[in-house]
Write a protein that binds this ligand. Structure first.
Ligand code: APR
Length: 310
């Protein structure tokens, strides 16, 4: 039987998630949104169904504002919320997006409590925490998408600096989805060669800075919202690994229970995603300076999460 993917929020990221899901034949798609956006999501679904004929995709899409249509979903990807505008931090979205997340979580709990839930809404680490708390699923079934995107941004800038193929870059960005995320230079390689041997420190520092500010760079360019192609593709990789039991190791926000010395918070770490959801968290042996950077990032996440009133 075909799998079912629910996209809660059918805006910029939601539309791209729907397109990628169909193009990758991951399953049938429901794009769910509020009544005011009914035309938007029905239009996107119809547009994608018509496109499916061009390349012969077998998955179908529907737009809906009825929570009952979420029932039976295998994967739910949440983008419901407001994106940043120039000058805003992700944390500035906390109050407004928290209100929305409460409603979204109630819908998931009522309609598809067994689904694997991937959150994209910002502030990422706080929204995924709230979703997990309200829905009450086991921790393996809730994850936040940030690390795949942050790592992809880092790889993009490395490829540009070296003029090499992005495919040959291995890298890892850990920590919260904020300005103090931690690109792990010591663990980054290009064709197996340590990145630190290929670029001087000033260039590496510039890449780290641009990665950390990667979301804001796009907000400043778009002016009316935030990134959508990269976030959609990154969440799809996670959904695909779950649906196809690929067991890929992907950096994502997972609920920690002692790993990296953290308990009770979602935080960006390398995780194995397979049919069981977040099946395993990998712990890296970090040097003191890396530990300090991660602690700084965690302090920011903790501050935001601790201010969440559910
Ligand atoms: N239920 C379902 N959908 C909702 C709800 C709700 N309660 N409230 C708002 N939405 C919908 C909006 O109607 C809109 O269609 O969420 C959609 C958000 O789409 P965009 O405004 O285009 O935002 P997008 O760029 O997709 O980003 C969404 O992801 O990366 C984060 O910071 C970003 O938090 C933002 C989220």
């Amino acid at each position: 039987m075909k799998k079912k993917i629910a996209l809660i929020g059918g805006g910029q990221i939601g539309g791209n998630l729907a397109l990628l899901s169909v193009q990758k034949s991951l399953g049938d798609v429901v794009i769910f949104d509020i009544p005011a956006a009914e035309g938007l999501v029905k239009g996107k679904a119809l547009d994608i169904n018509q496109l499916a004929a061009v390349d012969g995709y077998d998955c179908r899409c529907m737009g809906s504002t009825n929570p009952a249509d979420l029932a039976g979903s295998d994967v739910v990807i949440v983008t419901a919320g407001v994106p940043r505008k120039p000058g805003m931090s992700r944390e500035d979205l906390l109050e407004i997006n928290l209100k929305i997340i409460r409603e979204v979580a109630a819908n998931i709990q009522a309609q598809c409590p067994e689904a694997f839930v991937i959150n994209i809404a910002n502030p990422l680490d706080a929204m995924v925490f709230a979703l997990h708390k309200i829905i009450g699923q086991k921790k393996q079934l809730v994850a936040g998408m940030a690390g795949v995107l942050d790592t992809s941004r880092f790889k993009c800038f490395v490829a540009q600096a070296l003029g090499c193929s992005i495919r040959d870059i291995d890298a890892l960005v850990l920590g919260g989805h904020g300005d103090d995320m931690v690109p792990l230079l010591r663990h980054s390689t290009v064709g197996g060669v340590p990145l630190c041997e290929l670029l001087p420190k000033d260039k590496l520092d510039a890449i780290v800075k641009r990665t950390r500010e990667g979301g804001a760079e796009l907000v400043a360019l778009y002016k009316t919202g935030s990134a959508y192609f990269g976030p959609a593709a990154s969440a799809i990789v996670m959904a695909e690994s779950y649906l196809l039991d690929r067991k890929r190791i992907l950096p994502c926000a997972a609920l920690l229970e002692g790993e990296y010395g953290i308990s009770g918070y979602f935080f960006g770490v390398p995780a194995q995603i397979g049919a069981g959801g977040v099946e395993k968290i990998l712990e890296l042996k970090l040097e003191d300076a890396e530990k300090a950077e991660l602690a700084k990032s965690f302090a920011s996440v903790k501050k935001t999460v601790d201010s969440v009133q559910l």
